[in-house]
Design a binder for this molecule. Structure first.
Ligand code: BDR
Ligand code: CA
Length: 312
């Protein structure tokens, strides 16, 4: 039986590749995609989500627009990484598939209320505003949530938007705090791990060699944001953050981490949005998160190429 998932996302080229990976994987049943403001404003993230579904040949996918701003703060965006549209690279046509007319948070709540216990996996790939709003407004939906697997945070690697904060957590730290303290099974894919999932030239060439539209777009997208990251980190490629969430659902043995306590800094100006990870277990704070530290990068890229090859 495929696992029912909801992808909550702010596409973003790496979000887009995560969506393509999910829609090509028979182990997963994408109940819907909920867009949130993050890399770019909501009007663009919901549109980009639909562009990606159409690229995947899946215009039947339910796409909802959610929160357009963080819970308590002004939206911070990342056009400097993802470009003006959030999905810069070769231009793609505007989507014709519909945006669902319900608010994403209402749909998440109703879907979870109607679901069997422990039957839905939430996959947040952006700021946690939609998920935190749903959990706050309808705490009873927790019964339906088997697990939350998210991309966010960083500890040993520091931050990518401030010296101590990773983008998704920094944009809405109050929402992150709600999710990390919800008492649900939680797995985080932090920068400590995603910075080892680098898009080297042979790996991008493998996408291009598929000779399909999906292969070409994936290669072009990684080429686009790679420019920024290679300059920033001096690395041989860019980290492909968000697809690690989906890969983990399909092949968890590609990843290793520790079940530890992780708290979100919401007060300090200097370290706002930091994921304070008790990696060495030096406190008696209860573990609340499987915090990943490493991955088999070759295995991850092999899985990605294998699944993307399923698009004709
Ligand atoms: C995260 O921030 C976004 O720019 C990416 O899509 C990813 O979700 C990495 O910090
Ligand atoms: Ca993202």
């Amino acid at each position: 039986m495929p696992r029912d998932i909801i992808i909550d996302t702010d596409p973003g080229q790496d979000d887009a590749i995560a969506i393509l990976l999910a829609l090509a994987s028979p182990e997963l049943n994408v109940l819907g995609i909920t867009a949130v403001a993050g890399n770019v404003p909501l009007a663009l993230t919901q549109k980009n989500a639909r562009i990606v579904c159409e690229l995947a040949g899946r215009p039947d996918t339910l796409v909802f627009a959610g929160c357009d701003a963080p819970l308590k703060r002004k939206l911070v965006t990342a056009e400097h990484v993802h470009g003006k549209t959030g999905l810069d690279g070769p231009q793609l046509a505007d989507p014709t598939m519909p945006l669902q007319d319900r608010h994403a948070v209402d749909w998440i709540i109703d879907t979870c209320r109607a679901a069997a216990p422990d039957s839905i996996t939430l996959c947040p790939l952006g700021p946690l505003t939609n998920i935190a709003t749903a959990l706050t407004r309808a705490p009873e939906i927790k019964q339906a949530i088997a697990e939350i697997v998210l991309m966010g945070g960083g500890y040993f690697e520091g931050g990518n938007i401030t010296p101590t904060a990773e983008f998704n957590i920094y944009v809405d730290p109050e929402a992150a705090d709600i999710v990390f303290s919800a008492g649900l099974p939680l797995t985080a894919m932090p920068l400590d791990m995603t910075h080892k999932a680098l898009t080297t030239k042979p790996r991008i060439d493998a996408f291009r060699a598929l000779g399909t539209r999906v292969g070409d777009m994936t290669a072009a997208w990684t080429d686009f944001f790679e420019r920024f990251d290679m300059e920033k980190y001096g690395s041989e490629g860019a980290p492909l953050h968000d697809p690690t969430v989906i890969a983990y659902l399909i092949q968890p043995d590609l990843f290793t981490g520790r079940h530890i306590n992780v708290e979100i800094e919401t007060q300090s100006d200097l370290t706002l949005g930091m994921t304070v990870a008790d990696w060495w277990r030096v406190t008696d704070r209860a573990p609340n998160c499987m915090f990943m530290g490493d991955l088999d990068a070759e295995g991850f890229y092999a899985l990605l190429a294998d699944r993307l090859a399923r698009y004709s």
